[in-house]
Write a protein that binds this ligand. Sequence first.
Ligand SMILES: [Zn+2]
Length: 471
Amino acid sequence: MPANILNLPDFKVQRVEDADHDYHVYAEVSNPPGTCMACGSDRLIGHGRNEQVIRDLPTHGKRLAIYVDTRRWRCQSCGKTFMETLPAVNTKREMTDRLVGWIGQQSLKRTFASIADDTGLDEKTIRNISRDYINKLEAECRFEAPTWMGIDEIPLIKPRCVISNIRNNTIINMLPNRDQKTVVNYLYNLQGKSEVQYVAMDMWTPYRDAVQMVLPDARIVIDKFHVVRMANDALEKVRKGLREQLTPTQRRGLVHDRIVLRKRERDLNDREKRLLNGWTKNYPELGVAYRLKEGFYAIYEGADSPQAAIAAYGAWNKAVAPEVRDAFGDLIRAFSDWQPFILNYFEHPVTNTYTESLNSLIRVMNRLGRGYSFEALRAKFLFTEGTHRLSRPKFERRRETELAVVDGVEGYGLPDGAVGYDRPHGHARKVVLMPRKGAPKAARSHEPSRPQKNYGAGINTLIELLESGRL
Ligand SMILES: [Zn+2]
């Protein structure tokens, strides 16, 4: 057994009991207090002891507790008595600081139950430490308010609301549900909310009402993706309805029908084209619905202004045949209820990159195991180091007069931070930044630097981490 199993220099280990599942470490503080906490006098005498049990990091796969005979001291000058404070021990809990820190970090990666098992603490304690840790991360992290905000639904145990910065392709918050009150509260407290000019969202009335209430000047845009998928849903309704009426033999003729019908016509291969032609000859209703789906996509592909879009939609709507009108009913109703916001898209389109990234993220997230709390998942997504998109530091112009070219000089012995490379043309030479004569060093180094801006957690980085099991 090493002399100090704890590897905590502030403690002197006296004895270690090595049990099946636990280490019991008996220790005392290496350096007792030299002076009185009240008056500063050094005339201290011992005044009894009190055993404290401090939990520490699991070690060699075993739980570990430190038994400390905490000493009470009495000051002979002022007569006060006080307990020595234990170094490296958390002020709030009978645990080492490093255990509290470790539990916090682990709580974003593992279930509370498994951490409780490793440490011998109960799940409630783990949950409380996790909450404190997340609050600390939250306080340290402020994301910029986006010009283009996305409000979307994301399934994490149940539907949640995810807030994004569309232009930067990042996530800036996740809300526990998608109620109007929750979204209003979030937007109301958002710092820099006047920056928000566009809000892209799904056709979900509570989002719309919340945005109109708190950000009346922001333009609401319904992303193409949410509208065109309703045309696919309509076709799917027709397909299912048809299948129900068919005999098993007839049904067998419709191989891969779902996959083929979902595809755009231009993406069909020859075999799929033949299948589709065969079906639409036998089941004209399916052909009608397929044409309408394709026609609806064409509105988004052809129209370059809200006016053109509404004209194309009018023509499309007229062409919806009575026998499939029911199936397309949801789409037609949505288009009418959300028309101004759907048309905004044709003036202010949402970037494809964002829509595709977010959909990939949702797909990957579905594979996440259960047993995590929403709070831990949220913190993991928002606060994992290395995922944040930061502004680059402010550009600093270099003055010609500050440059002196020195050949063949290595960086040794030069003033701090003086070496840089410059001049892309010609042969590479080492450029040394010389302080101008008479200018105090501080004056030419840095202006009071503004803190770096943080635009949120990069969606593509999150996907990468999730896919490689590193999140
Ligand atoms: Zn004293």
